[in-house]
Write a protein that binds this ligand. Structure first.
Ligand SMILES: Nc1nc2c(c(=O)[nH]1)N[C@H]1C(S)=C(S)[C@@H](COP(=O)(O)OP(=O)(O)OC[C@H]3O[C@@H](n4cnc5c(=O)[nH]c(N)nc54)[C@H](O)[C@@H]3O)O[C@H]1N2
Ligand SMILES: Nc1nc2c(c(=O)[nH]1)N[C@H]1C(S)=C(S)[C@@H](COP(=O)(O)OP(=O)(O)OC[C@H]3O[C@@H](n4cnc5c(=O)[nH]c(N)nc54)[C@H](O)[C@@H]3O)O[C@H]1N2
Ligand code: SF4
Ligand SMILES: [Mo]
Length: 719
């Protein structure tokens, strides 16, 4: 039975007059935190942390608390809409679910018949939770094209972990690492993927040594024993430089290297190309600091690397991930308590099995957009977004006729936003499922009202690899909103997939849990299920790679025609690679630091969250501000060869004078016309998506490292 150990529950209910409380599982970000949802008259009225939850131990972030403002927001979509004016006209009619789903099903069957299923691209966003149902639908339909953020977010960490050691590596905070190296990540704000800030902070309180690798002085960097303020985009060089020290000072784990790694000799040769002196020049980090960090990391056991998305949104994406894995491996921190764990998930039908990847016919799989160009991505069913925009705009290599976005806002979140907008304007038919009419939804033909996490039954953290699953229990119903999985379950019946789906999605939940011999109704009564925890599993059966070893030298990358060893490439736009451009655009722009309260484009409508952060903010060093005539608080123009946008300047000493840091995902839902100011402060108008600027294996777009200029807004008006 579900228990409430939290002694205040009864008192809270009595004092505040709540009439119920439901234990559930928040998903205002990538999810994870156990919550107690208090109700009054069938409405969720207050969210509190669940002290019994092993993920967050009762803590919550501001977004979780604000979930009630999302669920009952007056602008929420509560029934399906059909556009009646031209795209972007903002003219919509209410329609029924039957009409919406029948229209969508009719178009799907039409395009499949006329142009092949590959002409239909499904898309989902960073929520990641609906991926199992979306892949199931897409694979059974026969389209290999599912567009996600996977090319430059977490997909690369998963793909490179799998090719290097068979599964994803996750820091084992429960056993308190002795040293934490935080690399391009801000976990205390972002709580991403498998990780929450709370266990990380507890490990620090327990005395973990801390190394921060970040071009900005974050709260984590400020608390670190060593902060390496590197030039953006030079992570691979820095990590190879640290490995150079570890190898040459023999600080590596001799037993692990001797018995469990593949490719040590060529790896050492590669590492020797990156002396600390050379790396110091590339990265702007003094060589003594590189050595000190390498020594601290290699000699403090156990140690973990808390890695972030910043290392992936670069041309060196896959190599950055691989070289950090090499650091974990050669220091003997793989699959040890307090190190870098290869956790086992509970024995359920996993996302891959549920996603029915095996049902996609081979002749359709080979049509996956961009798979021939970005082969690491292609092998993990991930596509580069420009391949989709080209298929719409140039009909190359074949036409894409229909887009179906479920929880994504690509106009704001994908590189080269102007091109994205043009593609979405041109595509013949588009469906968007969302909570609000976003700038992307405004270009759709049909918009479906999605349910928030408070309005659904689901298996929380199903897709993660930290080894837990937790029940998310439906608390409330808002209008006609439906969860993505219920919606797809219904739509599937209308496109000939009935035999693979269920009467309601509860059947799908039972199907996922079936190998454990329990049903959703059983699971609903539990707190969580955890997979078996065992360490050093590789000692019995090797790693799940072609050589059964930890592959420093990747045999799969070699087969696919890539360098099997990690290396550093200069960013496509930088003072070094494009000196002429650098004269006109004299600053390195990084974009997308996470903000408390917002989740990418989300939550700008929620009063509690918008109060925390009213306007888009760009950080610049005081010297830069002086040079450019900028005062703190000014609206300034940031410009790249692709375009310009406006944000407000914040003077910040914790950034190098040659670097500026802008926020991403800004639109203005308070502007009620159909544009919602999507192009005013959207930093992705400045970012580039050219194929040769992307990571060659993963197709990651470089939204973290580009060149720009910055100047006060008045200057723009004078011009
Ligand atoms: N320049 C720059 N660009 C970036 C980044 C950066 O750092 N810099 N970061 C990138 C990264 S890492 C990522 S992951 C992407 C994210 O890109 P996206 O996933 O496209 O993120 P959002 O734009 O916030 O889109 C999520 C949308 O789904 C809706 N939504 C939320 N939950 C649900 C749900 O359960 N069902 C449905 N149907 N809708 C839902 C929200 O209202 C919102 O409109 O952005 C990327 N873009
Ligand atoms: N509140 C909130 N939480 C979120 C999100 C959100 O939008 N809001 N988004 C979610 C998503 S989808 C993701 S992917 C995660 C990402 O979460 P994190 O990985 O924590 O990502 P960021 O905060 O974008 O970037 C982390 C740090 O990288 C630094 N950085 C920038 N460029 C470089 C570089 O070239 N090298 C190095 N080493 N560091 C660099 C930045 O200064 C920043 O401090 O957060 C998730 N959580
Ligand atoms: S960290 Fe994520 S899961 Fe936890 S309360 Fe915040 S939004 Fe919810
Ligand atoms: Mo992400």
């Amino acid at each position: 039975m579900v228990e409430f150990r939290y002694s205040n529950v009864e008192r809270e209910m009595e004092v505040y007059g709540y009439d119920g409380v439901v234990k559930s599982h928040c998903r205002m970000c990538h999810g994870g935190c156990g919550v107690l949802v208090y109700t009054k008259n069938g409405k969720a009225v207050k969210i509190a942390g669940d002290p019994d939850c092993p993920i967050n131990h009762g803590t919550l972030c501001s977004k979780g608390i604000a979930s009630t403002q999302l669920a009952y927001h007056p602008d929420r979509l509560t029934y399906p809409l059909r556009r009646i004016g031209p795209k972007g006209s903002g003219k919509w009619d209410r329609i029924s679910w039957d009409e919406a789903l029948n229209t969508i099903a009719g178009r799907i069957l039409h395009y499949k018949e006329q142009f092949g299923a590959e002409s239909i691209v499904m898309g989902y966003g960073t929520g990641r939770e609906n991926e199992a149902a979306i892949y199931r639908f897409a694979n059974l339909l026969g389209t290999p094209n599912v567009l996600t953020a996977g090319h430059f977010c977490y997909g690369p960490r998963i793909a490179t972990s799998i090719i290097t050691c068979g599964t994803n590596v996750v820091v084992d905070y429960e056993n308190h690492p002795g040293c934490l190296m935080v690399w391009g990540n801000n976990i205390v704000i972002s709580n991403p993927d498998e990780y929450k800030g709370e266990p990380f902070s507890v490990s620090l309180d327990k005395g973990a040594r801390l190394i921060a690798i970040d071009p900005r002085l974050t709260r984590i960097a400020a608390r670190a024993d060593i902060w390496l303020q590197l030039r953006p985009g030079t992570d691979a060089a820095l990590a190879l430089g640290m490995l150079n020290v570890i190898v040459n000072e023999e600080l590596y784990d001799q037993e692990f290297v001797r018995n469990h790694v593949y490719g040590w000799e060529p790896f050492v040769k590669r590492v020797n190309e990156y002396s600390p002196e050379k790396v110091a020049k590339i990265t702007w980090v003094p060589k003594e600091k590189i050595k000190a960090a390498a020594r601290l990391f290699a000699t403090t056991k156990p140690a973990g690397i808390q890695w972030g998305v910043a290392i992936e949104q670069q041309i060196n994406c896959a190599d950055n991930d691989r070289v950090l894995m090499a650091l974990m491996g050669v220091t003997g921190n793989i699959d040890v308590p307090g190190g870098q764990m290869l956790f086992s998930t509970p024995k359920i039908r996993n996302v891959g099995q549920f996603g029915a990847h095996r049902m996609l016919p081979h002749e359709q799989a080979v049509k996956r957009l961009g798979a021939g160009r970005f082969r690491l991505a292609g092998n993990f069913a991930i596509i580069n977004p420009k391949c989709v925009w080209d298929a719409i705009l140039k009909e190359h290599p074949y036409p894409v006729k229909m887009l179906f976005f479920i929880s994504s806002n690509p106009v704001m979140t994908r590189a080269n936003a102007n091109e994205v907008y043009r593609a979405l304007e041109k595509v013949e038919f588009m469906v968007v499922s969302d909570f609000f009419l976003t700038p992307t939804a405004e270009l759709a033909d049909i918009v479906l009202p999605a349910a928030t996490w408070l309005e659904m039954d689901y298996i929380g953290d199903y897709w993660k690899r930290h080894g837990y699953i937790l029940p998310r229990r439906k608390v409330t119903q808002v209008g006609e909103c439906r969860s993505d999985h219920e919606m797809l379950n219904d739509l599937a019946h209308r496109v000939g997939q009935a035999e693979y789906w269920w009467d309601t999605f509860e059947g799908g939940l039972d199907y996922i849990l079936e190998p454990l011999a329990i049903t959703w109704q059983d699971f609903k009564k539990m707190n969580f299920i955890r997979g078996e925890v065992r360490y050093s599993k590789y000692k019995e059966r090797g790693f799940s790679t072609p050589t059964k070893k930890f592959e420093l030298y990747s045999t799969l990358l070699e087969n696919w025609g890539y360098d099997p060893l990690p290396r550093f490439r200069e960013p496509p736009e930088s003072p070094e690679s494009t000196p002429d451009l650098y004269r006109d655009y004299p600053y390195i722009l990084i974009s997308g630091r996470r903000l408390p309260g917002f989740f990418h484009t989300e939550n700008r409508q929620l009063p509690w969250m918008r109060e925390l952060h009213r306007d888009p903010v760009v950080e610049i060093h005081p010297e830069t501000a002086k040079k450019e005539g900028i005062t703190g608080g000014d609206w300034v123009v940031i410009e790249s060869p692709r375009g310009k946008v406006r944000q407000r300047a914040k003077i910040f000493e914790g950034i190098d004078p040659r670097v500026i840091s802008a926020e991403h995902a800004w639109w203005f839902p308070e502007k009620k016309d159909a544009k919602h100011g999507w192009d005013e402060s959207n930093i992705n108008i400045l970012t580039d998506n050219a194929y040769d600027a992307c990571d060659p294996a993963m197709g990651a777009t470089s939204v973290r490292v580009l060149l720009c200029k910055i100047y006060p807004e008045e200057k723009k008006i004078e011009n």
